[in-house]
Design a protein around this ligand. Sequence first.
Ligand SMILES: [Zn+2]
Length: 158
Amino acid sequence: MAKISFSKEALEGNLVPDGLYELRLEGFEPKFSKDKTSVNLNPVLKVVNNPNMSLNGKRIFDNMNSGASWIIEAFVHAMGLKLEPNAQGGGDLPGEFPDNGQDDPEKWPPYQGPLLGQVAEAMVKKTTYNGKENSKIDQWLCALGNDCNTKHPAGLAK
Ligand SMILES: [Zn+2]
């Protein structure tokens, strides 16, 4: 018989007061989107350096779908990095999930790259979905200053 389990985080919820947070990237938990045409990167983002000590270590959820390049670019810039130009004239997420021949992202080895351990600033906002309240990323704050002329999105938390 299979056990149906819920993580401590899922049961406690992840509500934090709306506002500006510093978030550290501890990894990704990539999964196919429902229709399997894209990948939800599910970055593991934890609150750090918060004056309210009880908030430090809280995870802020964001599915970060691979189809939303403009959101991923904003996230990478907030981490102080840039997309890496690729041969097709576009950009790649810095770092990689080492290739092990698996198509299923849940079976990929852990992400390796310069984003790990980086800290970004983000506006976090409470949302309600199916009657459940969650704190989500509303806006990533670009850390590149004059080095960036991309207009990043706001109002992401829905
Ligand atoms: Zn930027």
